[in-house]
Design a protein around this ligand. Structure first.
Ligand code: LLP
Length: 422
């Protein structure tokens, strides 16, 4: 069951609520619209997949979407959190996440943030020699031993866009196996500051083949064997995030959370490990649309354009990664409306400002609602105020069909506030 469906008469629904009706009730500007029940269903799919694996942790990658209401909901459903900055750590604590289900990641963690992580008792993934030194310092300042995992860069090709590949040999993330011994010796040298509890890897994002996860997991359990052979009691295997979703809405069968977990299950059980996963996109992307209005339609040269009020400022993935996100109108067009090939573009003064290229769509009237699908992950969290577009409000449809605002839209006054008293 998926939250966004088209009725036979051509209206788009979010669960049982007509998107057009929502558009009439809310502010007249682009907005993000989520389905709260879909978020629940996505978490349940992971929980069911993890059944039989004791002490596993679903560490939701906050960077994908940092809406506080969504975080609180995910926390209530039992998720932990994956953090990549001190502010994400503060937000996770604010949302009530259990620190022992939180993992602090990153190749450039700063001392101040590591001290907070040490004080709060979250897991920390070690990324480099200097990172290890900083973690030791943070442990001393906090007066607390830090549970660390070594982020190993296993050099497995995730077969994705180079900007979202992280686990290959020349990546800036993690440590290479030839340096493993240095890190084990360094941990041994700091018994009062560091407790090595496991190994971590993250290959990349938008991965659509589970074999890739399996290949990495095989390498990782071998490293864990090696680490255990030196007397470390390591219990955690963290295989990161990265599972892709069906952005194309092509009906292609993509791996599910169950497929992902099943492909590593035996390995995890064979070593009696606790599995940690760090999903972002596959938990949240498909729960949301960016809802826009058509400002007008124009033609230049051989190109037809649908110009909408949303833009690369609200949603940058197409501009940044040439990413495809499915686009459709929220209401039926007259049967005689001409279907053409359009680029769907925003009002921002950049030719990179497009939400979709070469889409077959019926010519929409001004004011028609147009949605960009799968906008729950890396869309709002990557939004900017470029061209002073201001970041959009967010709403969700609840279980009972009611629509609630879950984040205020940014306003012009918010911008002016940065200069008050200067
Ligand atoms: N763990 C680590 C260490 C990560 O770096 C990431 C994402 C995740 C977990 C979550 O990965 P996911 O399950 O969401 O694929 N902005 C890009 C995606 C960047 C992902 C960065 N790392 C996009 O819009 O496609």
């Amino acid at each position: 069951q998926h939250c966004f469906t088209k009725s036979p008469d051509g209206f788009l629904y979010c669960e049982d609520t007509k998107v057009q009706d929502i558009m009439e009730k809310v502010e007249k500007r682009p907005f993000y619209l989520y389905s709260k029940p879909q978020i629940t269903r996505n978490v349940e799919a992971y929980k069911e997949a993890l059944e039989g694996l004791k002490n596993s942790i679903i560490g939701y990658a906050i960077k994908a979407n940092n809406n506080l209401k969504i975080l609180q909901h995910l926390r209530k459903l039992g998720c932990g959190a994956v953090l990549v900055s001190g502010n994400e750590l503060k937000l996770a604590l604010h949302a009530g996440f259990d620190p022992t289900k939180c993992i602090f990641n990153g190749n450039g963690k700063i001392l101040e943030d590591l001290i907070l992580a040490a004080q709060e008792g979250v897991f920390v993934n070690v990324d480099s020699e200097f990172d290890l030194e900083n973690i030791v310092t943070a442990a001393k300042v906090a007066g607390r031993k830090v549970n660390v995992l070594l982020r190993i860069n296993p050099d497995v090709d995730p077969q994705v866009h180079p900007y979202v590949a992280t686990g290959n040999k020349n990546s800036k993330f993690g440590i290479r196996n030839e340096k493993l011994q240095w890190f084990l010796d360094a941990v041994k040298a700091h018994p009062n500051e560091l407790k090595l509890v496991g190994a971590h890897c993250h290959l990349g994002s938008t991965i659509t083949k589970v074999d890739i996860f399996r290949d990495a997991a095989v390498l990782m359990v071998n490293y864990i064997d090696e680490i255990r052979a030196q007397g470390f009691e390591v219990d955690y295997l963290n295989i990161g995030g990265g599972l892709g979703i069906d952005y194309y809405h092509s009906g292609a069968v993509l791996p599910t959370p169950r497929d992902l977990i099943d492909t590593v299950r035996e390995l995890v059980l064979s070593r009696n490990l606790n599995l940690v996963i760090e999903p972002g996109r596959s938990l949240i992307a498909n729960t949301c649309c960016l809802v826009n209005r058509v400002t007008g339609v124009k033609t230049n040269g051989t190109k037809n354009f649908i110009v909408i009020d949303g833009s690369m400022a609200e949603l940058i993935r197409p501009s940044l990664y040439d990413a495809y996100q499915h686009i459709e109108l929220v209401s039926p067009t007259p049967p005689d409306a001409e279907v053409s090939t359009f680029d769907v573009v925003g009002p921002v003064c950049e030719s990179a400002d497009f939400l979709g290229k070469e889409r077959e769509l019926p010519t929409p009237a001004k004011g028609t609602g147009l949605v960009v699908h799968d906008a729950g992950a890396y869309c709002m969290s990557m939004a900017s105020t470029y061209n002073l577009k201001m970041r959009p409000p967010e709403y969700w449809v609840e279980e009972d069909g009611s629509v609630t605002r879950i984040r205020h839209g940014e306003t012009f006054e918010d911008h002016i506030r940065f200069f008050e008293g200067l």
